[in-house]
Design a protein around this ligand. Structure first.
Ligand code: NAD
Length: 508
């Protein structure tokens, strides 16, 4: 495994980036268990941080609730201007933030830069949105009445995020929630607190420069139990949680118990269908990026591929050829396309899935552990399955692509939908009828349904999210902002009589 830097240098680089951004790391005190942060590149320690205690979380929530009252009075376009300034700071520090992502979660440089760009794009989008928080007006059935809806800030938003998009996922939420007039408390993944602290510092700077209270947004550090405390806190009106379906089930139930809103962005077991008319060269590139990119650690990673039987042998051969030459290695090296898995547990889960598939009679190509000197590196795996069963039915957060032939498109659509998740699906075809069927109500039952591109790599302009065990939430573009506001329907009588709706008579 080529290592571009000795391990201690990764910690030094991370410290330098954090210092440049003005981040002061919370130092662990005496007997409290620190939060150790490791680099997936070589397993070396990047930092040891103090976890946020529950009383400290409660204090931050109380402050957030306190400043909420002022923040919601700031005109939305002025809130948008703060988000724009934040975006400008992120643009200024794009390279440093991207490097920190690579160090902390092991993304290749290009994908880390892409993630920071997503933050910038979200700020641009949210700023524009800050002048477009539109409500409808409706004709009233009564004379001299009008009917309209108005949108108001919701209150404190709790944001819980996963390790694999340590900046972008928060930005999808934060940029919208801020222009919508809400204060925020963010609990990032325990595996990626440094990225969170770095990005959040820039928001603090933007708030401060505009003369707003720092407590409008804060970060708390810790494990799932702290996330749970945030979810349960009475101050929090909306919980936006991104992570595994297991986590989402717990969060969803807790929110339901307290009648608070939840926005759940959970796992995916995403599928693509390759039809006889597909442009195979294009499909091949799209499939490899979707399945092996980010080392298979995107919620939208392609995990199940259904190939028309007429193309099956040819496409599998082509995939094997490309997979065999995929450069796996240090994500900071210029030619690497597949970086490390986040940790050894992820590697073990991948090995278990491959053994399970083999026990069912599958043929596995690739999937070997790559010697690494500390990181968890694997060759992405192609798995020819005997049927739609076993590990193919669950999300294994690693680069494993299960392959199955099909004879008829309706059969393939049924297979795509035979998953507990409903995040992303793609079809590769040049047949208009097939493409439109796939996107129709009789097609893929996912929140993201694509034609001639892979399942991953969504743009921020559309609403992002999925159905079933993916949680049903929608974030980022389109009208996802409505999830962060409270809608009031106003009926205004500007006349002198009091006609009742539906012709009801009630004369007193
Ligand atoms: P995870 O579920 O282990 O952790 C996610 C976050 O939830 C962490 O911050 C964790 O501390 C917190 N958490 C855990 N239990 C909690 C609880 N009971 N209450 C509150 N918070 C709790 O997920 P991960 O390993 O960090 O990320 C990988 C998973 O995230 C995959 O399943 C992936 O598909 C999913 N993901 C989904 C999206 C999406 O938009 N749909 C995006 C990124 C990742």
């Amino acid at each position: 495994m080529p290592s571009t830097k000795p391990s201690t240098e990764y910690a030094a680089t991370a410290a330098r980036i954090l210092q440049t951004l003005g981040v002061v790391l919370p130092a662990p005190a005496g007997h409290d268990a620190p939060l150790f942060v490791h680099s997936p590149i070589d397993g070396s320690r990047l930092a040891a941080l103090a976890c946020t205690t529950v009383p400290r979380l409660q204090a931050q929530l109380a402050q957030a609730q306190c400043v909420q009252a002022d923040w919601q009075q700031v005109p939305a376009p002025q809130r948008g201007a703060v988000v724009r300034s934040f975006g400008a700071l992120v643009r200024q520090h794009k390279a440093a933030l991207a490097e920190l992502i690579s160090l902390e979660v092991g993304k290749i440089r290009s994908e880390s830069l892409g993630e920071v760009q997503e933050v910038i794009d979200m700020c641009d989008f949210a700023q524009g949105l800050s002048r477009q928080l539109y409500g409808l007006t409706m004709p009233s059935e009564r004379p001299e009445h009008h009917l309209r809806e108005t949108w108001h800030p919701l209150g404190v938003v709790g944001i819980v995020t996963a390790f694999n998009f340590p900046m972008a996922v928060w930005a999808w939420n934060a940029a919208l929630a801020l222009v919508c007039g809400n204060a925020l408390v963010w609990k990032p993944s325990e595996k990626a607190p440094l990225s969170a602290l770095a990005l959040h510092r820039l928001l603090q700077q933007a708030l401060q420069e505009a003369g707003h209270a720092a407590a409008i947004s804060s970060v708390v550090l810790g494990h799932g139990a702290l996330g749970q405390a945030l979810v349960e806190a009475p101050e929090v009106r909306l919980v936006s949680a991104t992570g595994s379906s297991r986590m989402g089930r717990a969060v969803g139930q807790a929110c339901a118990r307290h009648f608070k809103r939840s926005l759940l962005e959970l796992g995916g077991n995403n599928a693509a269908v390759v039809c006889p008319s597909a442009d195979l060269a294009l499909a091949l590139r799209a499939i490899v990026f979707a399945a092996a990119g980010t080392a298979g650690q995107r919620c939208t990673t392609l995990r199940r591929l259904f190939i028309h039987q007429s193309l099956y042998a040819d496409l599998v051969q082509r995939l094997q050829t490309v997979y065999a030459r995929l450069p796996v290695g240090n994500p900071l090296a210029a030619d690497t396309l597949v970086g490390p898995l986040v940790d050894n547990l992820a590697l073990e889960a991948m090995q278990v899935a491959l053994l399970e598939a083999q026990a069912l009679g599958a043929t596995v190509h690739g999937g070997q552990v790559v010697a690494s000197g500390g990181g968890s590196y694997v060759r992405p795996a192609l798995v020819e399955m005997p049927g739609h069963s076993g590990p193919m039915l669950r999300e294994t957060f690693a680069p494993v692509l299960y392959l199955l032939p099909f004879a008829d498109l309706h059969e393939a659509i049924a297979l795509v939908n035979a998953s507990e998740h409903g995040l992303s699906a793609s079809i590769f075809t040049n047949d208009l009828r097939e493409a439109e069927l796939f996107c129709s109500a009789r097609g893929a039952d996912c929140g993201i349904v694509n034609v001639n591109i892979g399942t991953s790599g969504a743009e921020i302009g559309g609403a992002f999210g999925g159905e079933k065990a993916t949680g049903g939430g929608r974030e980022a573009g389109s009208d996802a902002w409505k999830g962060y506001m409270r809608r009031a329907t106003n009926t205004v009588n500007y006349g002198h009589s009091l006609p009742l709706a539906q012709g009801v008579q009630f004369d007193v």
